[in-house]
Write a protein of this length. Structure first.
Length: 197
């Protein structure tokens, strides 16, 4: 059984890498199998179809990313201010996306291309992730450290879209993941304009 689990893990890891690099349309089972060190037909011993494989990668990406963010925020404790906790979540999310985790980057890259039914299931799994971000935003609004005039759902949707996009455009260069994470947090929490407009 452990051998089967190992094969399944190798396939998932390879699929996450290929999805991250090539997107859904460009992900070929033959390439995924090669990355896992097996032949394409062997994939069907572990997954009934490419769709099942893709969906498992999506679920694993959501799980890993959520776990990473929650751990980085909750270590601060409830005595940390809501803005400090929100900043930690932003930095953790970018750090995770840009640190080479193929699963979360695959989620960000292929989510919009998923078939409707699969997208609905992935969104359902994503709801606890969304709720966590909503709670961080609402807490910052409730204590007066963030604008209560902004709808928390709009803030969350723009924030997550902004952060998720980083995995599609980021290339190692002048700024590393840590610097980009800090700038993303500054942009959201302090804005772009230096004075009144």
């Amino acid at each position: 059984m452990a051998h089967a689990d190992n094969g399944r893990t190798r396939i998932l890891d390879s699929a996450a890498t290929v999805l991250r690099q090539k997107g859904l349309a460009g992900a070929k089972l033959s390439e995924i199998a090669k990355g896992a060190g097996m032949l394409a037909p062997s994939i069907y011993h572990h997954f009934p179809s490419k769709d099942h494989l893709v969906e498992d990668v999506m679920m694993e990406g959501i799980y890993r990313n959520s776990r990473h963010i929650v751990a980085r925020v909750e270590v601060l404790g409830l005595e940390a201010s809501p803005l400090v906790r929100l900043r930690a979540a932003i930095v953790a999310h970018i750090d995770f996306l840009l640190s080479g985790d193929d699963y979360s980057s695959a989620v960000a890259r292929v989510f919009d291309d998923l078939p409707d039914e699969m997208r609905r299931r992935v969104l359902a799994a994503y709801s606890s992730f969304d709720n966590y971000w909503r709670d961080l935003i609402v807490a910052a609004q409730a204590d007066g450290s963030a604008s209560a005039a902004l709808d928390p759902t709009v803030v969350r949707k723009f924030l997550i879209a902004m952060l998720d996009s980083s995995s599609s455009w980021y290339r190692p260069g002048k700024l590393g993941p840590a610097q980009i994470a800090e700038q993303a947090a500054d942009l959201l929490l302090h804005g772009f304009a230096s004075g009144t407009v």
